[in-house]
Design a protein around this ligand. Structure first.
Ligand SMILES: Cc1cc2nc3c(=O)[nH]c(=O)nc-3n(C[C@H](O)[C@H](O)[C@H](O)COP(=O)(O)OP(=O)(O)OC[C@H]3O[C@@H](n4cnc5c(N)ncnc54)[C@H](O)[C@@H]3O)c2cc1C
Length: 472
C-alpha cells in the first residue's frame, strides 16, 4: 500500500501546512518526520533556540496525538536519512516546504535527487514566506536591494494566498519503527543541564502552535491598533512577540497577514510591513547566500575593527555601565528575547562605539535569542553595522543616552532590568555618571561598585567610530 512522508523542519504546526495538507489529500497513510539537519555546513542551533525546540516538539507531538499519530524525530545527514527512511517505510511521495538558506537548499536538492533515483516523488511548497521569493523582481528581472521597492512590488503582485486550515483527518502509518541503524533523537539533549539558565525563559514563553495562535488573536484584538504609536517603547508590551513562533513555524506569515486583513487601524499597515521585513531577510539570504558571515558591502572588509574580548564580555553580560545597553542585554539573557529598538541600540553600541565586528554580536544573538533566525539576524546586524544592503548609513551612530531618554524617558525599562540603579531620579537614569554625588548617595549607588562606570566615553567612542568609517 502506498504511503507518504511529511518532513517537518522549521514549520512545526498543523494549520497552513501545505505539505501536510497535500499529503492528506492523497488519502494515504502518513509518516511525520521531524528531520533535524546535522552536518559540516549546518550551523548548530543556539542554546535558547534548542530550549524552544524542546517545547515545540512536545506541542507538535500533542497535536499529532489528537489525530492518533506520532512524530518520528531523527538528527543527522538528511541527504542520506530521508531517502533511507523513505525506502524503509515504502514511501511513494515525500512532502516538504522550501527552505532558503544555502546549506538547506543544497540538502533539499540532494534529497530530491536521491528520492528521484528510487522513483519516489518529492513535493515542495512555499510556506515560510508571504510570497515565493523568486517571484519578486525589479523591471530588469533582478533582485531588489531596497526594502521599500521590494515591499511595493510584493503589494502590487499576486494576492497573498489565504492560509490553509489544519487537516480534518490525518491517517498515520501504524506504529512505525525506525530501522536499527537510525537512532531516534533524544529530545532531552536539547535542554540545558547545569546551570539551568532556561528557568527564567520558561516563565516567559510557551512554545507551540496553540500558544502562537492565541498570541496572534490577542494582538490582533488588543495590540494592533496602537502598534504604530507604541512599538518603539521597550517598557510597553506593544509589539506582538510573535518572532519565535514565526521562527519555528508555529504560526505562518500568511496566517498573520490574513488575521489582520479586515482591520482598519493605523497599526495594520506598519505591522504588515514588519512581517514583510522578515520576507525581505529571507529574500536577501536567497540572493546573497554568504550574508550570514560576509559583509554585503565589500569596503567593510577593510574596516579597522577592534577585538577586545573584555569589552565584548561586558556587553554580553549587561555590565557596560550604559543603562539602556545593559537593560537590553539582560532582557536578552533573562528572557531569550529583546525589544527591537533596544536590539538596534545594543547593536550600534557594539559595532560603532566599541568598534567590534558585527559577527560577534550576531553570534551572541544566535546563541541567546529564542527567535534566532539566520536571515533576520544577519540582515539586521549588517543593517545596524552599515555593511548591509539598504543599511543605516555609517554616520548614523545611535547615542544610547539620547535613545534611552527618547524611548525610555521614565526609565521603567532600565529600572526593571537594571534594578541596582532603580532609585536614581529620571533625570539621571540613562546616564548615572552625570549624577552629582549627593544624588548617587541618596539612590544608594557607588559607581564602580554597585553599578559599573561606563566602559567607554560615549563621545570618544563616537568620534573613534566616525574616523574608522571615514577611513574606509
Ligand atoms: C541586531 C538585530 C538582530 C535581530 N535578530 C533577529 C532574529 O534573529 N530573529 C528575528 O526574528 N528577528 C530579529 N530581529 C528583528 C526584530 O528585532 C525582531 O523580529 C522583533 O523584535 C521581534 O519582536 P516582535 O515579534 O514583537 O516584533 P513585531 O514588532 O511584533 O513584528 C512582527 C514580526 O515582524 C518581523 N519583523 C519585525 N521587525 C523585523 C526586522 N527588523 N527584520 C526582520 N523581521 C522583522 C518579525 O518576524 C516579527 O515577529 C533583529 C533585529 C536587530 C536590530
Amino acid at each position: 500500500m502506498a504511503r507518504s512522508m511529511v518532513l517537518f523542519r522549521d514549520d512545526l504546526r498543523l494549520a497552513d501546512h501545505p505539505a501536510l495538507s497535500e499529503a492528506c489529500k492523497d488519502k494515504r497513510d502518513i509518516i511525520c518526520l521531524l528531520m533535524l539537519d546535522k552536518g559540516p555546513k549546518i550551523r548548530p542551533m543556539g542554546g535558547a533556540a534548542r530550549w524552544w525546540l524542546h517545547g515545540a516538539i512536545a506541542s507538535l507531538r500533542a497535536s499529532l496525538r489528537q489525530h492518533k499519530g506520532d512524530l518520528l524525530i531523527v538528527e543527522g545527514d538528511a541527504r542520506e536519512i530521508v531517502p533511507q527512511l523513505a525506502r524503509h517505510f515504502e514511501i511513494s511521495d515525500v512532502y516538504a516546504h522550501y527552505r532558503y538558506g544555502p546549506a538547506e537548499r543544497d540538502i533539499d536538492a540532494s534529497i530530491g535527487k536521491a528520492l528521484g533515483r528510487d522513483d519516489i516523488g518529492f513535493h515542495q511548497y512555499h510556506a515560510a514566506v508571504l510570497c515565493p521569493p523568486e517571484t519578486i523582481k525589479n523591471g530588469a528581472g533582478q533582485a531588489f536591494k531596497v526594502f521599500s521597492a521590494f515591499w511595493r512590488a510584493m503589494q502590487a503582485g499576486a494576492p497573498i494566498h489565504p492560509p490553509l486550515p489544519p487537516p480534518a483527518h490525518i491517517a498515520f502509518v501504524a506504529d512505525p519503527k525506525l530501522p536499527r541503524d537510525v537512532e531516534a533523537f533524544d529530545e532531552s539533549t536539547l535542554l540545558p543541564t547545569r546551570p539551568d539558565w532556561a528557568k527564567p525563559i520558561a516563565k516567559v514563553w510557551t512554545p507551540g502552535e496553540e500558544a502562537g495562535l492565541e498570541i496572534l488573536r490577542d494582538f490582533t484584538e488588543h495590540g494592533l491598533a496602537d502598534y504604530n504609536a507604541k512599538r518603539n517603547f521597550p517598557s510597553i508590551e506593544a509589539t506582538s512577540r510573535l518572532s519565535p513562533y514565526l521562527r519555528f513555524g508555529h504560526v505562518s506569515p500568511r496566517q498573520i497577514f490574513h488575521a489582520i486583513a479586515d482591520k482598519r487601524n493605523r497599526g495594520k499597515a506598519r505591522f504588515q510591513s514588519e512581517i514583510a521585513w522578515r520576507d525581505f531577510a529571507i529574500y536577501n539570504l536567497l540572493h546573497s547566500p554568504d550574508m550570514t558571515t560576509t559583509n554585503l558591502r565589500p569596503q567593510f572588509n577593510n574596516m579597522a575593527w577592534r577585538h577586545e574580548p573584555k569589552m565584548i564580555r561586558l556587553w554580553q553580560k549587561g555590565q557596560t555601565g550604559i543603562p539602556i545597553v545593559d537593560a537590553g542585554m539582560r532582557q536578552l539573557w533573562q528572557t531569550g528575547w529583546m525589544h527591537n529598538r533596544v536590539r538596534m541600540i545594543v547593536g550600534s553600541f557594539l559595532t560603532k562605539h566599541l568598534l567590534t565586528k558585527w559577527q560577534e554580536g550576531e553570534a551572541w544573538f544566535w546563541d541567546t535569542l529564542v527567535d534566532a533566525d539566520a536571515a533576520s539576524n544577519a540582515m539586521n546586524w549588517q543593517w545596524v553595522a552599515g555593511s548591509g544592503i539598504d543599511a543605516a548609513p555609517y554616520f548614523r551612530i545611535l547615542n544610547p543616552v539620547l535613545q534611552g531618554e527618547k524611548f525610555d524617558g521614565q526609565g521603567d525599562y532600565v529600572r526593571h532590568f537594571v534594578p541596582e540603579i532603580a532609585k536614581l531620579p529620571d533625570a539621571y537614569i540613562q546616564h548615572p555618571w552625570d549624577a552629582p554625588e549627593d544624588v548617587l548617595e541618596k539612590a544608594q549607588i557607588t559607581l564602580g561598585k554597585d553599578y559599573p562606570k561606563p566602559c567607554i566615553d560615549i563621545k570618544e567612542g563616537r568620534a573613534r567610530a566616525m574616523k574608522a568609517f571615514e577611513d574606509l
